[in-house]
Structure formats: C-alpha cells, structure tokens
Design a protein around this ligand. Structure first.
Ligand code: DGT
Ligand code: CA
Ligand code: CA
Ligand code: ZN
Length: 581
C-alpha cells in the first residue's frame, strides 16, 4: 500500500530534522531546502531506499531529481546504518527544543534560537506561559505586538491536538502489524481507530491483538520492542502504549480470541458510532461492550465483526461510515451504499509533467498510467499565473496537444486527454484564453492564491469561474493542506448548486496532503446531486499511486462508483465534459 514503507519514512524524518537543525544554525538556505526536497521525494518513492541502493548503488540515488552526490552518500549511509552522523553533530550546535518552536507561525530560526537561548523555552506550551507572563516582549526585535501574535498562534497550536496525515502514519501502522505477526504468538492483529475508518488525519494509532491470555505477556514484550519506539508510555497485562520516534503514539490492546470481533468493532469506533450501536443493543435487551454482545451473562456474538452485526440485525457497516451519520439506520433498512472501490477507477483526471512543475515527462507519465491498467489520463499542467510552477502559455498548450496526439496515435490501451489546471484569478476570471480552453479535452480550475478572501467574495470568485462554459472540474476545491494551510472559505452549498446547474464536477484530490474535498464536503456535494472526479495531482510517476487515498476519502463521504466520473469508460466520460455536453 505505502510503497517505500517505514524505512523511507524514517529516512525522510531524519532529513526533515536535518533541515530544521540547519535552519536553526543559519546554514545556507539552499542546503536547507535541498534536505526538505529530498525528504519529500523519499516519502513518495515507490521502493525502499535500501533496495534502490542495493540495485544501483549511490548512483541510483544521485540520479533522482534534486539529489546530488553529497546527499546521495548521506542517504545511502542512513539506509545502511539507520544513523545520521552529520545530524547528530549539527544538533549539538543548536539549543535543545528550539525545533519545536519552528511549528509556530511567525517563528523562524532566528526567533526560535532567541526564545530557546534567552528564555530557555523548549516547547509550545512553555512559549504560551512566557508570553502570558509578558516575558517575550523584551527580547531584541520582539515587542508587545509580536508577543501578542505569538501568544495567539502558540495557544491555538497547543489547544489543537497534533494530528498526523493518515499517509504519514500508514507505513508505521503496516510495519507494526508485520512486526507483531512475525514475532509474537498472535491469533489476529489489526489497526483500528480513526486509521481503520480512513480519516484523513489520525490522532494516534490503535493496535489490537487477539491472543490467548497465557500469551499476553509475550505479546506486550514484542510490542514494546518495536524498533521505531522512542518511549514506552505504559506496559500493562492487556494494554500498552508507546511513542514512536516520528512522534505518533500507539495504543495496544490484547483481547482473547472469543472477543476479537467485538473488540475490533469497539476500538474502530468512532465513539459516536459505538454509543449509537450500544443503544440499539440495549433496545433489544442486549449488552454490548468490547468483550462481546451478551444476553444476560451469555455471550451471543463477538468472535467476528460480521457475527456481531448480524446479531444486531445490521448489514455489515464499512469502517469508513462508522461516524453515526446515518449509517446505522441505513444498515437496519438494508440501504447502505455500495461504496466506490479502487478497482472501479478507470483513469486519473489530474497530473502534471515537466511542461509545468512535474518531475517526469509526458511519455513517462503515460507509460506509468498504462502500466497501472488505466484507460485514460488527463494531463493538466498549470497556467502562467502559477509562477512557482512555471505555468504554460497558449503556445505551450498547443505544443503539448501535438505530443498528446502523437501518443494517442500509437494506439495503446491508454488515451491521454489534453487538459489544464487553470488558475482562477482574483476576480474569478480564468488564466487562459477562451479559444485555448475550448480546444482542450478537459478543463480543471483551481484556487492557488488569495485563499484568505472573505467568504462572500470568495464565493463570487469561484461561482464566476464555474460559469465559464469550458470548465469541467473544480480541482482541490478549498486548497487546504493537511498540517499546513487552512483552505479557502466560501458558501459551499451555493458552489454545489452552481456546479450542479453548470454540469461542473468537483474533484476529490487524492494527494495525501490535500484530500480535498474532505469527507463531509463529499457527502454534501452528493446530496446536491453534484458529480465527483478523482485525481492524484501527481507531479511524478510514483505519485500516480496515490489514488487509493482519494478513494478512501470519497468512501467516507458515502460515494459510490456511479457518483464518480472517472469510473466510466472513456466515451461515457467524454459525454460529461464540455465538448460532449
Ligand atoms: P483519533 O485517534 O483521535 O484519530 O480518533 P480515534 O477514533 O482513533 O479515537 P481513540 O484513539 O481515542 O479511540 C479509539 C476508539 O476507541 C474510538 O474510535 C472508539 C473507542 N473509544 C475510545 N473512547 C471511547 C469512549 O469513551 N466510549 C466509547 N464508546 N468508545 C470509545
Ligand atoms: Ca486513534
Ligand atoms: Ca487511542
Ligand atoms: Zn493545483
């Protein structure tokens, strides 16, 4: 599922840490950026770094875009030894804890150093304290206004529980399951909680094991010996908790095999779903807890989830729907949706090539989509307004159309669609001329700038863009980044009404840091009768593999295959696009 696995995630974590430490040490910004870029690249690599090095030596790393010989050597050494000597050395030169402060908006390396060195602040919570005491304003260059701003930002950060994108947690979840299977007397192992429900972010991981009571001790010992463990937080007979070096906490519960199904259901949650199901059980004269479903003291179900649902008179509810948003009523009535699956997806409707900010050329992207068994791939490079992405002008799109025609003339099983991801300008006009737009097979529009406009103004801007006759898809509708930027605010119901009226579709962007629309918005869009599309927004061949994250997000919004345009064969898809409408 997650291609590079825990190994690449760990190497990426160390490179990211090195970037922070170098920034704090006021090293050359280009070096800092090189580390960050390398970290992001590794996170999307389709195989473990060590496999790459084994096959092609350091040269295989050096060949990756943006990785030079020096960095290649360091990465290879990390992959070989699990250690990063240069990081250990560099860390000694920066104040302890200053790294934690870099997460606060408004705090760069210089301010972090001052706060750590002068005031001994090493965490966001300590920053809140110091700012409340008025101790921050006296630092050189700070003052009352900045102190107030930092206090507000730090308070917000301290109040919001730190959540990880699910994709960041996934390699650890998979490695934990494999680790337990390989070396402990377990009957069953699974990750429950928000991870199993496929929430876009997770607060922690909930690992569940079924084992004989006599084996519980051995299971706990194996768990706390997981190699990525930083701290053992709790070690009991049936519950343990560890914190991983990546910062994520993992809870373990050990249950007897006869309780596996009911425990898996309980620890999958959500809490709201659990409460509603328990109420339903009670109404039938039953008691439900993590050990089973009981009539009096007799256990009537609990060994499997399927058995539990059946005993409650419910169809089996997919984990993605377990939020008490109507799934229990639907399961009672036999009206659960048949959710979209990865196999339903026949093509990818957003990707970038070297013609704008992608890392791989058109032909390589097409070959990779063909190898994935897709029927079509929409090539949707950026338009000029997105300067950081080196967007294309009309001449560029004309040239690209010829390259696409040439590919399609080869008659492979994969058809390329000529598209664009057109920037929505500040006033809602589009960043490409009408004739070029009309000539494209598929037109995506999206917000990349001025996400902070007031909601009424943002709504007018988006609505104007959707009314353009050539527009097919509103891509990553809010522009949010998980763990980064909040998205644009606008009247989503109004946007859905206009989209429906204009035949415009809304994208569920599958990039694991976007997942935009979110689950609730997917549901709202479907209730408005709006059709969805899925696009990976791949900027490299390996990123075409991100589709499953988008599928999961759409499933959380109750989407079926019929709700998503790119489950259709090409002719049926074309009929939904502006030239076929
Ligand atoms: P997270 O970790 O914040 O992303 O969200 P979850 O859903 O994984 O929550 P977590 O880790 O606190 O607990 C895992 C599951 O355990 C949760 O989904 C349902 C169950 N659970 C936890 N606390 C309660 C509770 O107070 N009542 C009930 N009925 N179930 C609970
Ligand atoms: Ca959890
Ligand atoms: Ca938990
Ligand atoms: Zn974009």
């Amino acid at each position: 599922m997650t291609e590079g696995g825990v190994e690449n995630a760990e190497v990426a974590r160390l490179l990211e840490e090195m970037a922070d430490v170098l920034a704090l040490a006021q090293a050359n910004p280009f070096r800092v950026r090189a580390y960050r870029r390398a970290a992001r690249l590794l996170a999307t690599l389709d195989r473990p770094v060590s496999a790459l090095v084994a096959a092609g030596g350091e040269a295989a790393l050096d060949a990756l875009p943006g990785i030079g010989a020096d960095l290649a050597g360091k990465i290879a050494a990390i992959a070989r030894t699990g250690r990063f000597a240069a990081l250990e050395a560099a860390s000694r030169a920066v104040p302890r804890g200053a790294r934690a402060l870099l997460r606060v908006p408004g705090i760069g390396p210089q301010r972090a150093r001052l706060l750590a060195e002068r005031l001994g602040i090493t965490s966001v919570a300590e920053l809140v304290d110091a700012a409340r005491r008025g101790a921050v304003r006296a630092l050189p260059g700070f003052g009352v206004v900045l102190e107030r701003t930092l206090r507000r930002e730090a308070e917000a950060l301290a109040a919001a529980p730190a959540r990880l994108p699910r994709a960041v947690a996934a390699p650890y979840a998979e490695a934990l399951v494999a680790w337990m299977r390989a070396g402990a007397p377990v009957r069953e192992v699974a990750v429950g909680g928000s991870f199993r429900r496929a929430r876009d972010t997770v607060g922690d991981l909930d690992l569940l094991v079924a084992a004989r009571p006599a084996d519980a001790d051995a299971v706990a010992a194996r768990f706390t010996a997981f190699p990525e463990t930083a701290t053992v937080l709790a070690r009991g007979a049936t519950r343990c908790a560890i914190r991983l070096r990546r910062g994520v906490q993992v809870d373990l519960r050990i249950v007897p095999p006869a309780s596996w199904g009911s425990a898996l259901h309980y620890f999958t949650g959500s809490t709201a779903h659990n409460i509603a199901v328990r109420r339903l059980a009670r109404a039938r004269g039953l008691t439900l807890n993590e050990y089973g479903l009981f009539r009096g003291r007799r256990r009537v179900a609990g060994r499997t989830e399927a058995e539990l649902f059946a005993a409650l008179g419910l169809a089996e509810i997919p984990p993605e729907l377990r939020e008490d948003r109507g799934e229990i009523e639907a399961a009672q009535a036999g009206r659960l949706p048949r959710l979209l699956t990865q196999e339903d997806v026949r093509g990818d409707l957003q990707c970038h090539t070297t013609a704008s900010d992608g890392r791989d050329p058109l032909e390589a992207m097409a070959e990779a989509a063909l190898a994935r068994g897709y029927e079509y791939l929409a090539v949707t490079d950026h338009t000029p307004a997105v300067r950081v992405a080196r967007g294309m002008d009309r001449a560029g799109f004309r040239r690209q159309r010829r390259a696409i025609d040439a590919w399609n003339a080869r008659g492979t099983a994969l058809t390329l669609l000529a598209g664009a991801e057109v920037d929505i300008l500040a006033d809602g006009a589009l960043d490409l001329d009408d004739a070029t737009l009309a000539g494209l097979d598929v037109v995506l529009v999206s917000l990349h700038t001025r996400l902070g406009l007031p909601a009424a103004q943002q709504t007018r801007r988006v609505v104007r863009a959707l009314r353009h006759p050539s527009v097919d898809i509103l891509a990553h509708p809010t522009g949010r980044l998980l763990g980064g930027r909040a998205g644009a605010r606008f009247d989503f119901a109004e946007v859905c009404r206009v989209a429906r009226g204009e035949g415009v579709m809304l994208e569920v962007n599958a990039h694991p840091e976007r997942l935009d629309l979110d689950d609730a918005m997917v549901r709202t869009a479907l209730e408005h009768g709006v059709r969805l599309t899925l696009g990976t927004d791949a900027h490299a061949v390996a990123e075409l593999g991100a589709m499953h994250w988008g599928v999961d997000q759409a499933r959380r919004g109750w989407a079926t295959a019929a709700d998503v345009a790119n489950t259709r064969p090409l002719p049926a898809l074309r009929a939904l696009l502006h030239r076929g409408r």
